[in-house]
Design a protein around this ligand. Structure first.
Ligand SMILES: *[C@@H]1O[C@H](CO)[C@@H](O)[C@H](O)[C@H]1NC(C)=O
Ligand SMILES: *[C@@H]1O[C@H](CO)[C@@H](O)[C@H](O)[C@H]1NC(C)=O
Ligand SMILES: *[C@@H]1O[C@H](CO)[C@@H](O)[C@H](O)[C@H]1NC(C)=O
Length: 357
């Protein structure tokens, strides 16, 4: 216990020191010689506070490890604003420790795609690893756009993408061509971003909205500009001193060789004036790296990472990729195992269906 606390403190001090040398907004903007290319195509899209309160609950529910209650939407986090949600498919990539679901929501009437954040190791190990992520793959079709291979392939090179596309098509066939809300927290936000980009390119920007909570940076400035043009209906929520949106670090002097966030950030924070504490929501500028938003603080808080809008955003038991599956699913559900992934769906997966329950 004491050793854990000491190690945690050392980690935070290390992170604080690195961040101090990496990305303080004041230093960057004070010298301000470099003007980053940014697109403001999202300018006509507005942050909707009510919508954020609803969508954060989906980003929380996807952490549920009891697949039966998640699928039936009876889990403890499957209440509140998400009542009446109909799950179409739950995908658990056991091998890569990923989880996502697709379903149809009553409000906003839309298809929801939600991605879980990391379950691997401890959260502080995962955060520490984020420091050293390289921009090591070129985004297809965009010669200057570079992204992190791990995040990229977690969406593109696993069972997730194929299953999500299939479920969306099934939902559209069954419920009509509803708009799509893609959500995710932490690493789930990184996967949600790649998914939203993929869906926008495939189906058009007008049907896709993205909202992420405490996501890390995923690409360089060229990628961020490309992303904003393709997915203009994007809100990237950050919370107070959450450490993850500060990672991997943004080094303004590295040009295209630095990570750079896309717009539009919405920064949740409190303002303390004497003994008056006010909650404030700042709608940030279209640059992706607004120096007056989360970059105005040294974000070193893990606690702020794990809670958005008062909603818990982590699993009940951390550090495992375990899941629980009962035998009591509805008669309309089908279970399939493919490439190290468990897939529960309300539609038959012929010809591969192993069993229907
Ligand atoms: C915000 O989202 C809520 C929930 O979907 C919706 O009812 C409301 O009409 C939206 N407000 C605006 C201004 O779009
Ligand atoms: C995709 O995944 C396969 C199997 O896990 C791996 O062999 C391959 O190198 C991966 N490709 C990329 C581009 O990540
Ligand atoms: C509070 O939020 C508003 C709306 O986004 C913003 O204009 C204002 O600058 C914020 N105040 C502070 C002190 O951050």
């Amino acid at each position: 216990m004491a050793r854990g606390a000491t190690a945690g403190l050392l980690l935070l001090l290390l992170l604080a020191a690195l961040l101090a040398s990496a990305s303080p907004a004041a230093a960057a903007e004070g010298r301000g010689r470099r003007v980053l290319r940014t697109k403001h195509s999202g300018a006509g899209y507005h942050y909707n506070h009510t919508l954020a309160h609803i969508l954060v609950e989906y980003a929380s529910a996807v952490y549920t490890s009891d697949l039966t209650s998640l699928f039936a939407w009876t889990c403890p986090r499957c209440k509140g604003h998400t009542k009446g949600f109909k799950v179409i498919e739950v995908i658990v990539d056991v091998e890569n420790c990923l989880q996502a679901f697709v379903g149809v929501a009553p409000d906003p009437r839309s298809v929801i795609v939600a991605f879980r954040g990391t379950q691997e190791h401890s959260i502080s190990n995962w955060i520490e690893d984020l420091f050293w992520k390289q921009l090591d793959v070129t985004y297809p079709g965009m010669p200057d756009a570079m992204v992190h291979h791990g995040f990229y392939s977690a969406y593109y090179n696993t069972t997730l993408r194929h299953e999500i596309l299939k479920s969306i098509q099934w939902a559209w066939k069954t419920y009509g061509k509803l708009p799509i809300n893609v959500v995710g927290h932490s690493m789930g936000g990184a996967l949600a971003s790649f998914c939203a980009l993929d869906l926008s390119v495939k189906f058009g920007s007008q049907v896709v909205e993205l909202m992420t909570f405490g996501q890390p940076r995923i690409g360089n400035p060229a990628f961020a500009a490309y992303f904003s043009a393709q997915v203009p209906r994007t809100i990237r929520v950050t919370h107070q001193n959450d450490i993850v949106p500060h990672l991997p670090p943004y080094y303004y002097y590295l040009g295209e060789w630095t990570y750079h966030h896309f717009a539009r950030e919405v920064w949740l924070h409190v303002i303390i004036d004497g003994n008056l504490v006010t909650r404030n929501v700042t709608i940030c500028d279209g640059s992706g790296e607004d120096p007056t938003c989360s970059r105005s603080v040294y974000g070193i808080s893990v606690a702020d990472h794990l809670e958005y809008y008062g909603v818990t955003l982590h699993a009940d038991s951390r550090g495992t990729c375990q899941f629980v599956m009962g035998a009591a699913n509805s008669v309309y559900s089908y279970v399939r195992e493919v490439d190290g992934a468990i897939i529960l769906s309300i539609y038959p997966q012929d010809p591969y269906a192993l069993e229907s329950m």
